[in-house]
Design a protein around this ligand. Structure first.
Ligand SMILES: Nc1ncnc2c1ncn2[C@@H]1O[C@H](COP(=O)(O)OP(=O)(O)OP(=O)(O)O)[C@@H](O)[C@H]1O
Ligand SMILES: [Mg+2]
Length: 256
């Protein structure tokens, strides 16, 4: 139990009559990189939203880093060392890259009563350093995020999470909208997280990427976890047969 970083028991989310997630039992071990795959609407993002507390769950329990948790949202999760890059990412449009990277944890120069003066120089230097370390290339750091392409924004969001994650990072389809080069950059970031021993949950439709990057693959189908596959014991065809319901490890859901 001690090397379990994240565990869910009976995690369930219903949106009215839509049973988006049902009785999800899940475990992630120290340093482990896991992928979550499944068709559109299978419940992957719902699962991520329950863990990070973006939405309240219908039922179930979550343990993180040795204690039972009930996060009230991404900021709360972040305070405990869990970072998340959401499928619909949240960056502040009018701020430049350093301000976005440090949103919510700005480096303060000094406090004047309720006001704080930000240390912009330190934030910029740390941003340059962080982007260099992760291999993300942003042409002009002073540009507001609004003027960046979708792919560049996504890279900023991922670099932000990767540099602050201490205990777990969750990425929901981080490369779905990225070109070849940006995708390679993000995959490199993921490899550096593995080297640093930081566990990862990667939601992805890209099976080549999943097989390349992670240790274990969890398949969601119609709101249920239907398989947990070791990377070395599976392949693309095998994974697809679980995604489409041809195969199931979970007899209770095989007939759904
Ligand atoms: N806020 C909501 N209100 C009602 N239904 C929702 C809501 N969010 C998600 N759903 C439904 O829950 C189910 C699971 O959605 P979810 O977003 O978790 O899928 P997903 O596996 O992430 O799919 P994708 O691969 O397309 O991102 C879908 O049927 C979806 O329509
Ligand atoms: Mg999704």
């Amino acid at each position: 139990m001690t090397d379990i970083v994240l565990k869910t028991e009976g995690l369930t989310k219903h949106y009215g009559g839509v049973h988006a997630l049902n009785d999800a039992n899940f475990e992630l071990r120290a340093g482990e990189h896991i992928a979550i795959v499944g068709d559109n609407g299978a419940g992957k993002s719902t699962f991520v939203r329950q863990i990070t507390g973006v939405e309240s769950r219908t039922k179930g329990k979550i343990w993180f880093d040795g204690r039972e948790v009930s996060f009230t949202g991404p900021l709360d999760a972040r305070e405990s060392g869990m970072e998340c890059v959401f499928q619909n990412l949240a960056l502040a449009d009018d701020l430049d890259v350093p301000s976005n990277l440090f949103l919510g944890r700005e480096i303060i120069r000094f406090n004047l009563g309720p006001f704080s003066i930000l240390n912009r120089k330190a934030m910029r230097a740390a941003t340059e350093e962080g982007l260099k370390r992760t291999g993300v290339k942003i042409p002009n750091l002073d540009n507001p995020i609004r003027n960046m392409s979708g792919g560049q924004r996504q890279c900023v969001a991922i670099a932000r999470s990767a540099s602050f994650a201490s205990k777990l990072i969750i990425m929901d389809e981080p490369t779905a909208a990225l070109g070849v080069q940006e995708t390679a950059q993000v995959e490199n970031i993921i490899r550096t997280l593995k080297d640093r021993g930081i566990p990862l949950i990667l939601v992805s439709h890209n099976l080549r990427q999943v097989i390349d990057l992670v240790d274990r693959i969890i398949v969601f189908r119609r709101g249920h976890i239907v398989a947990s596959l070791n990377k070395d014991e599976t392949d693309g065809n095998d994974i697809v047969s679980y995604i489409t319901g041809v195969k199931s490890q979970n007899t209770a859901t095989a007939s759904i």
